[in-house]
Design a binder for this molecule. Structure first.
Ligand code: ASP
Length: 337
């Protein structure tokens, strides 16, 4: 395992190939732990992990909390509805309260882009040795989701050795509401870093042409791209074109809560044009696995029959793999302080 140098995980644009390899190797080791008996490792005994979810979550929050418990950390969770947020406290002040209680790692979700980054910067400036793990901020970034997607894909293509090279040269299609998706953005950084080609597919209202240049330069504030050679980003407007060379397909929810205006009026038409259905999958020239980060809107971006078709759906695998991947991330951050 190579040296881990990130105190915080905010955006995968900063990850090197070695970072991806480290996370995948560690996740694979945690995944191999027995499925019954005591599943706890003593690794983080005495450490305090706090989940601060200012935005709702089903999978991500429970998965992080289970992962932290499996490493024997103490886990504290914050719930906005019963907190002092309603009394006007800011997210940063809330976070500082948990740090004062001794938290070693804060796992944060917020509907505003950059809240985790602002907090990480504040901690750096004040020499606080606490780590921040971004669990989803606005439309910006959702690193743990993309890493569990990466692990699921590498394991699908190479079950024995699920490392970045397992997806090199593969065409991974991401269909749907790319514009409002932090999952898509983090996946684009991760998949292209492993030299997979990302085929983005959707109508121009949900997938502007600029996405083709998404990885051409690092985001503002970051000087260098740690990856020397990335896979391509290709935009396709029809699933017929996108699916013909697909090796895997990931579909996304229409994220209405993040849309500033109603960009789609006819959901039946959207399901017909961009939904993952057995009938639309006829455009694939080989059997391909289907991924979805959840939560799913059945009958819109994916049909119930595809969702429940275990011969192609990797959606349950994604949920299962979330635990070892998040154990890896928590372990890497919480053991360096
Ligand atoms: N659960 C993912 C997220 O938090 C995807 C979604 O909400 O559609 O971004």
């Amino acid at each position: 395992m190579s040296r881990w140098e990130h105190r915080h995980i905010i955006d995968l644009s900063t990850f090197s190939k070695d970072d991806y390899t480290t996370v995948l190797e560690l996740a694979n080791r945690f995944k191999a732990l027995p499925n019954s008996g005591s599943r706890k490792l003593p690794a983080l005994q005495g450490r305090l992990v706090t989940t601060l979810f200012f935005e709702p979550s089903t999978r991500t929050r429970s998965s992080f909390e289970l992962a932290a418990k499996r490493l024997s950390a103490d886990v504290q969770s914050f719930s906005p509805s019963t907190s002092s947020l309603s009394k006007g406290e800011t997210a940063i002040d809330t976070a500082l309260t948990y740090i004062a209680m001794g938290s070693d790692l804060l796992i944060i979700r917020h509907s505003s882009t950059n809240v985790p980054e602002q907090l990480a910067n504040y901690l750096e400036e004040n020499d606080e040795k606490v780590s921040i793990l971004n669990a989803g901020d606005g439309i910006h970034s959702h690193p743990s989701q993309a890493l569990l997607d990466l692990y699921t894909l590498t394991k699908y293509f190479n079950p024995i050795n699920p490392l970045p090279d397992a997806i090199k040269g593969k065409n991974i299609v991401i269909v749907g509401d790319i514009l409002h998706s932090r999952v898509a953005r983090s996946n684009i950084w991760a998949l292209t870093a492993c030299e997979a080609n990302v085929v983005l597919c959707g109508p121009s209202t949900l997938l502007p042409d600029e996405f083709e240049k998404f990885v051409d330069k690092p985001p503002p504030g970051q000087k260098l791209d740690p990856i020397h050679k990335r896979g391509q980003i290709i935009i396709k407007r029809s699933i017929k074109d996108a699916f013909s060379d697909a090796d895997a397909i990931m579909t996304l929810r229409l994220q209405k809560e993040r849309m500033r205006e109603n960009l789609l009026t006819d959901l039946d038409q959207y399901h017909h044009d961009y939904g993952i259905t057995h009938s639309n999958l006829k455009w694939c020239t080989k059997p391909v696995p289907i991924l979805h980060p959840g939560p799913v809107n059945r009958g819109i971006e994916i049909s119930s029959s595809v969702l429940e078709d275990n011969s192609i759906s990797l959606i349950n695998e994604q949920v299962k793999n979330g635990i070892p991947v998040r154990m890896a991330l928590i372990y890497l951050l919480a053991t360096q302080n």
